[in-house]
Design a protein around this ligand. Structure first.
Ligand code: 5BU
Length: 262
């Protein structure tokens, strides 16, 4: 099914969260809807990827707890690269506890995620307290939260009712929730951003249940906004050139979606 399409910059006018607004504007300005999932395990590899792919991405997604030689300077350096190449930092932490605990996990510990990650994500499973807890730490720093509404892995336990209830929970916090991690567009309200993992240039699976769709399938057919690509780029012989290919595929799908409904 094709979805009526509005330009990202027009969507920005509907956002109640300042970061969401700026991110939508950046997409059209920089002409990229590619997020890199930087799943590497050393600080040097992480910084190298950020430098190499920075000019071609809108979001740099981390799993900061897989970095073997983490040091607080790393996040400062990442922030400097993000500023230079104009992309946002997204820590894919998938918070999933009570409000009080997630607030500590977000602000404190070794990683101090709230100090450097523009975007974080959370499961709705614990109920709305998780959003309230994260918002207490994130709102004052102008951060944004994505709720996990669907996952890409096969035989996951998400279902239509859970997704629907996740949407209701998010809709009650438009000042902090900026959108969803999902496999498809889920609402007709233009303010919500959809970021989609499980993307490669060829559809397929990995050996551990990951399921891949193409950029065109996500952006054009399923109506999502940003493609998240990990191994498709990170494991390529030339990540920079490969990122450019994904960028072109994602952008072409967006332009095609716009032209099909104009
Ligand atoms: P890949 O190498 O492109 O398969 O990496 C996908 C990334 O997205 C990886 O960091 C996952 O943790 C993340 N991910 C996912 O694959 N599927 C999901 O539903 C969610 C996150 Br939520």
């Amino acid at each position: 099914m094709k979805h009526a399409r509005m330009r990202y910059q027009e969507r920005a006018t509907y956002c109640k969260n300042p970061l969401a607004k700026n991110l939508f504007l950046l997409l059209d300005d920089k002409k990229t809807n590619l997020a890199l999932s930087a799943d590497v395990t050393t600080a040097d590899a992480l910084l190298k990827l950020a430098e190499e792919t920075g000019p071609d991405i809108c979001v740099f997604k981390t799993h900061i707890d897989i970095i073997e030689d983490f040091h607080p300077d790393l996040t400062h350096e990442l922030q400097a690269i993000a500023k230079k190449h104009r992309f946002y930092l997204f820590e894919d932490r998938k918070f999933a506890d009570i409000g009080n605990t997630v607030k500590h996990q977000y602000e404190g510990g070794i990683y101090r995620i709230a100090d450097w990650a523009d975007i974080i994500n959370a499961h709705s499973l614990p109920g709305p307290g998780i959003i309230a807890g994260l918002a207490e730490a994130g709102l004052k720093k102008q951060r944004g939260l994505l709720m996990l509404a669907e996952m890409s892995s096969e035989n996951n336990l998400f279902n239509a009712d859970y997704t629907e209830r996740t949407l209701r929970m998010a809709e009650a916090h438009p000042e902090f929730v900026i959108g969803y991690i999902s496999q498809q567009k889920l609402s007709n309200e233009p303010q919500w951003l959809y970021m989609t993992p499980g993307i490669q240039l060829t559809a397929g699976t990995d050996a551990l249940g990951q399921q891949y769709n193409t950029p065109e399938s996500a952006i054009l057919e399923k109506g999502t906004d940003i493609i998240i690509v990990g191994r498709g780029i990170v494991k390529a012989t030339d990540p920079k050139t490969t990122a450019q290919k994904y960028r072109a595929a994602g952008w072409e799908a967006y332009e095609k979606a716009l032209s099909e409904c104009s």
